[in-house]
Design a protein around this ligand. Sequence first.
Ligand SMILES: [Zn+2]
Length: 368
Amino acid sequence: MSVAMKAPGRYVQGFGERKNLGKSIRKLGEKFYFIASPGGYRRNGEEMMQIIRDAGKEVVFGEFHGETTKEEVFLHMEELKKAGCDAVIGMGGGKVLDTAKAVAENLGGIPCVTMPTVASNDSPCSGVAVLYNEQGVVIKALMMRRNPDLVVVDTEIISRSPARQLSAGIGDALATWYEQRACERNHVKTMARGTVTETVSAMCRLCNDLLLRYGKEALDGVKRGQYTEALEKVCEAAILLSGIGFESGGLAAAHAVNDGLAQEPQAHGAYHGEKVAFGLVTQCVLEHMEEKELHALLSFMRDVDLPMTLEQLGVREIHEETLRRAAEMAVVPTQSTRNLREGITAEEVYEAMLRADQIGRTFLGKES
Ligand SMILES: [Zn+2]
């Protein structure tokens, strides 16, 4: 099989980078459709609309209503067409960006710009948009013909985002290398429709290095509401490297367990990256990781406030039935657990989740 990778057209990151948006979008369109939530609009929207106008372009605002549903995407497509826009910008969290990406794709692949205001997930750089139903359950992953044309990361904005969001982003990015190396070992075909390139393999290792070296410092800075150079490194890891890493490096059990945990209502308050972090410990159990390596991983997770027990995910009472259902969902044929090793059963995943929980509790000294 051939090797393959995908990436955004241009990635730009820096303190106050939003102010350069006019220059960055010069060749991408004449009239932009700008999607943000009401809160996002209040914080940055007005300023962004003015920056776009100052660049001699027209812009129309489209309000995001909270969930990336088919209806939401269609509504924005209609508004965009009615206004005669020729490009779309999404500014906000993963769901706003995914809406912009789905709109661009459904309109034949018009130019698409993503501007993350949090570093909590992998959406900005990827060519995948996840669609949900009204209840917030995943119904479809829409593949774009190409990744966003431009990704603008303003680290000044991210330095003011909630620390827990950054912690979750570190969790999502932390799993990248472990999942990718499993996929590489097993010659898995990734979402880039080929096996893993050496390039992406190196990017995933770098992603891990940057997180371990700068993760805690960046997070501590954000907790104080302070911008740090460390935050630049962590954003590059969590947004650029992890974004390319999951798409062109492949996913394994950590993300499958995250998806499975949708079955556990008690965990609904946990962020994607937090559930992925617990999924990562589960994956380590399934891989029979050496104690020393696992211990180092858990130490880092504790340093950056990542959950490693079910209780930390909000699961106060463990119900065997629910947890078994989560494990079953993690091994359905479309799931990425099989990228770790063929033939992993729901029973194994169930046992591994319980073991991961126990390891986490022991590590935190909460074993009763
Ligand atoms: Zn993820």
